[in-house]
Ligand binder design. Structure first.
Ligand SMILES: NC(=O)c1ccc[n+]([C@@H]2O[C@H](COP(=O)([O-])OP(=O)(O)OC[C@H]3O[C@@H](n4cnc5c(N)ncnc54)[C@H](OP(=O)(O)O)[C@@H]3O)[C@@H](O)[C@H]2O)c1
Length: 311
């Protein structure tokens, strides 16, 4: 997502090199949305996969978010006809004949989830899609979808400072055998250890409008990062690695999706895979950033109001 405009400008050559370096390092899951840069991100992935075996990579695609030529966001469309239309364009842009995991980016309030999922189930039957996923869905929606076709994975924000999923959603997913791909593991850079008060954001950067980055909340949130920096430093790991390791420790069914957009960020991220943190270390990391310690919601209020997972 950060490679296609949502976090301000990025460099395509560096983005492709980063995806290739991730694949070379053994990363197999690539997550995208057809609306990230209006197809730009899928084209980057196509470029990065050139010359590689398609079956070595798991491509997860979100669809349904509507955009405009001036970059505006215009709601969602998850009607069955839209599912087929989005899927056709995605397959063409990715240069592949199937998507591994296909999911609506948001639950469309105007379309029963059974209808959206019914279309994806048909696409699975016809071989265009391998597995059904959901994103930011709440328990009731997950159960309704699962009754139509088994849901394989739920994508949802989950990090040291975004733990709402633990109350009901994670237990329900575990009951149904649904994995979680956790996004925002670094809270979009806030928990990376590289964010600072004087860092400027461009107008197109989501973080320019995100409550946790707003002036009135940022000092408190960066103070938490400094506590985490001390705990991480005492264990010879970086802040980002501590945050990633904590999500990795949640269970084999929780897969961290880290948004590295440059090779230096990727190497720091990969460092989190080799850490040997004892339960005491993880407890110290968690104590540095207690649940509900963050100031500000994870999205602006009007977005929070539309999230099925927050109902
Ligand atoms: N389903 C959904 O609703 C949803 C929503 C959001 C994202 N996602 C998915 O989740 C993926 C990850 O999300 P995210 O990018 O917000 O996650 P993130 O990993 O929390 O944040 C990534 C950002 O952190 C900063 N960063 C600093 N140091 C880093 C390091 N060592 N490694 C990686 N990043 C570092 C980078 O920003 P700077 O370069 O600016 O410092 C980078 O763009 C997205 O690509 C997207 O596929 C899904």
């Amino acid at each position: 997502m950060g490679m296609s405009g949502v976090y301000g400008p990025s460099d395509d050559a560096e983005s492709v090199a980063t995806v290739r370096a991730a694949l070379d390092a053994g990363i197999t899951l690539l997550d995208t949305g057809d609306f990230y840069g209006m197809g730009h991100n899928e084209l980057l992935i196509r470029d990065a996969l050139r010359g590689r075996r398609r079956e070595d990579v798991v491509i997860s695609v979100k669809f349904g978010a509507l955009r405009g030529p001036d970059n505006r966001w215009g709601g969602n469309d998850a009607r069955p006809a839209a599912v087929w239309n989005f899927l056709a364009y995605t397959l063409r842009r990715l240069g592949t004949d199937y998507v591994d995991v296909y999911r609506p980016a948001r639950v469309d309030p105007n379309v029963p989830i059974e209808e959206t999922v019914g279309a994806i189930a048909e696409a699975i039957e016809q071989g265009y899609v391998r597995r059904l996923g959901l994103s930011e869905a709440g328990v009731e929606t997950i159960r309704h979808a699962h009754a139509v076709h088994p849901v394989s994975d739920l994508q949802i924000e989950y990090s040291l400072i975004s733990r709402g999923v633990e109350d009901e959603i994670l237990p329900a997913c575990r009951e149904l055998g649904i994995t979680i791909t956790a996004y925002g593991v670094l809270s979009r850079g806030l928990l990376s250890g590289h964010w600072s008060r004087d860092r400027a954001t461009s107008a197109g950067d989501f973080r320019a409008h995100a409550p946790r980055f707003a002036a009135e909340n940022l000092d408190r949130n960066l103070a938490l990062v400094e506590v985490l920096r001390r705990v991480a430093g005492a264990r010879d790991v970086t802040v980002a690695q501590a945050a990633i390791a904590w999500v990795l420790s949640r269970g084999d069914d929780v897969i961290p999706l880290v948004g590295a957009r440059r090779r230096d960020q990727l190497s720091e991220t990969l460092g989190a895979l080799d850490l040997e943190l004892a339960p005491d270390d993880l407890a110290a990391i968690e104590a540095a950033v207690p649940p509900d310690a963050a100031a500000g919601a994870r999205y602006p209020e009007f977005v929070m109001a539309d999230l099925d997972s927050e109902r």
